[in-house]
Design a binder for this molecule. Structure first.
Ligand SMILES: C[S@@+](CC[C@H](N)C(=O)[O-])C[C@H]1O[C@@H](n2cnc3c(N)ncnc32)[C@H](O)[C@@H]1O
Ligand code: SF4
Length: 449
């Protein structure tokens, strides 16, 4: 709907005029901002007057699980003494100038568990009562204590996407390293609290990313969804990476036929049992040659990306306290913000970040002719398959694209240093630093053993 609006020159013009007649009342601000964002995105403006529509925020940088499929393992190698970055309500208030106008705020990011922030309930209550934006969280569900469930139900928190990649006790323990019975008890309590308060929210979905190791778990996950009356099961595909499954060829890219058969079974079973499965229609694997040939020219030249006008992500930093990486998509971190040093708590102060030359460069080179190196990489049709079949090559190409992106930016734009806001030069989790770390660990083990 919003994307459609952004594509219409006339509608965005009407919206722009309407936005100026809307009162800037706390809970209405987000609609005004939505209309202004559609106008900026439609006109491809490099300097914009709207704020981000969707903000993703990591309120913690640590996790209590070590899921085999997660890049938490790479992060453990790179940052063995990782920082915690547990945000307080005061820290969140530094971001209030743009959180207050966001249509939705998602709590998650990287290899971290958002609900480990001891201040999560307080933060949710504050934002919801003051601005009533849509609040969502992606969680493993284990930290959903009674007190936290009470806070989420009482504040009207909107949505919980619960990672549930296996249903049986043994497989959950193996794959996600946690206790599924504890998570189930948490969901049961949340349901009881919702019933007591006659509350419909938070809406809960289960999420499973399919691969060859958890194929047998998919239907049991649907059974759990029925038992717990969750709204839907989100079915996605496992993607490869520097995790504990990388050498085990678990991706269905290696057996597309079996993957697609499993998808059919899931959707048929969901229909029979009255369980909603998302996306509405199966997203099948496409047949590919077993050996990947990477063609850098095979990219989508006509697609449109709206992220630099509409989205801002604050992702976990693992080597320093009170910091976030700031980005507009998952492919590249743009800045490191030291949020207790760099104040962005007023529209004027936030403007330094949101209309920084780096974001202007992004907005100018994300669509049409003259795409920047990162977007060319992101738009390559073979990217998903390469990631699953050759993690090292994928990482190497991504790191090169990141480096070229920053080099091109620095060659074309000038910018002033801002205290507490660092413009990056490369991927902080690069393959090169990962390999160096692995080698020095092996060397250390050999020389000390
Ligand atoms: C990185 S987690 C962070 C939030 C939280 N700790 C959780 O697990 O829900 C965000 C989502 O990415 C999923 N994920 C992690 N690694 C994945 C992979 N290799 N393939 C597919 N999904 C993955 C997780 O299961 C989770 O649903
Ligand atoms: S719970 Fe989430 S962040 Fe933690 S290890 Fe599992 S997928 Fe990664």
């Amino acid at each position: 709907m919003f994307d459609k609006l952004c594509r219409s020159g006339t509608l965005t013009r009407v919206g722009y005029i309407a936005a100026h007649t809307l009162p800037s009342f706390r809970t209405l601000k987000k609609y005004r901002n939505l209309l202004l964002a559609a106008y900026s995105a439609n006109r491809r403006l490099p300097i914009i007057r709207n704020n981000p529509v969707v903000v993703r925020l990591a309120p913690a940088a640590v996790c209590n699980y070590r899921c085999l499929f997660c890049e938490v393992h790479k992060d453990d190698v790179l940052f063995p003494n990782r920082s915690q970055n547990l945000m307080t309500l005061e820290d969140v208030k530094n971001y209030e100038s743009f959180l207050s106008t966001a249509y939705s705020v998602w709590f998650y990011g990287g290899s971290a568990e958002p609900l480990l922030s001891p201040h999560f309930g307080e933060i949710a209550k504050y934002l919801k009562s003051k601005y009533n934006m849509k609040l969502s969280v992606n969680t493993n569900g284990s930290p959903l204590s009674h007190a936290l469930c009470d806070a989420l139900v009482d504040s009207g928190f909107d949505y919980i996407l619960l990672s549930y990649h296996a249903a049986t006790r043994e497989m959950y323990k193996h794959l996600m390293t946690g206790d599924v019975e504890r998570v189930d008890k948490n969901i049961e309590y949340l349901n009881r609290r919702k019933a007591e308060k006659r509350a419909k929210k938070p809406v809960v979905d289960l999420s499973i990313a399919l691969h060859r190791m958890n194929a047998q778990e998919a239907l049991p996950v649907l059974d759990k969804a029925k038992t717990f009356h969750v709204r839907a099961v989100n079915v996605s595909k496992y993607y490869g990476g520097r995790n504990k499954l990388q050498d085990k060829d678990v991706s269905f890219e290696y057996d597309v036929e079996a993957g697609n058969k499993l998808l059919d079974e899931i959707y048929t079973y969901g229909k029979q049992q009255g369980i909603r499965v998302l996306p509405k229609t199966p997203c099948y694997w496409l047949a590919r040659p077993a050996a990947m040939a990477w063609n850098p020219e095979n990219y989508n030249r006509s697609g449109e990306c709206l992220h630099p006008w509409t989205r801002l992500d604050f992702d976990p930093v693992l080597d320093e306290e009170n910091c976030h990486y700031v980005c507009v998509c998952n492919r590249i971190s743009l800045f490191k913000i030291r949020y207790r040093e760099c104040k962005v708590d007023s529209p004027e102060r936030f403007d330094k970040l949101w209309n920084h030359p780096l974001l202007q460069y992004m907005r100018t080179t994300v669509n049409g002719d003259g795409l920047n190196p990162m977007c060319i990489f992101c738009r390559n049709y073979d990217l998903g398959t390469l990631r699953n079949l050759d993690a090292a090559k994928y990482a190497e190409l991504r790191d090169t694209a990141v480096r070229s992106f920053f080099e091109e930016f620095r060659s074309k734009y000038q910018y002033e240093e801002i205290r507490g806001l660092e413009v990056l030069r490369e991927n902080p989790y690069s393959e090169e630093s990962f390999q160096q770390r692995l080698t020095s660990r092996k060397f250390y083990k050999r020389s000390s053993g």
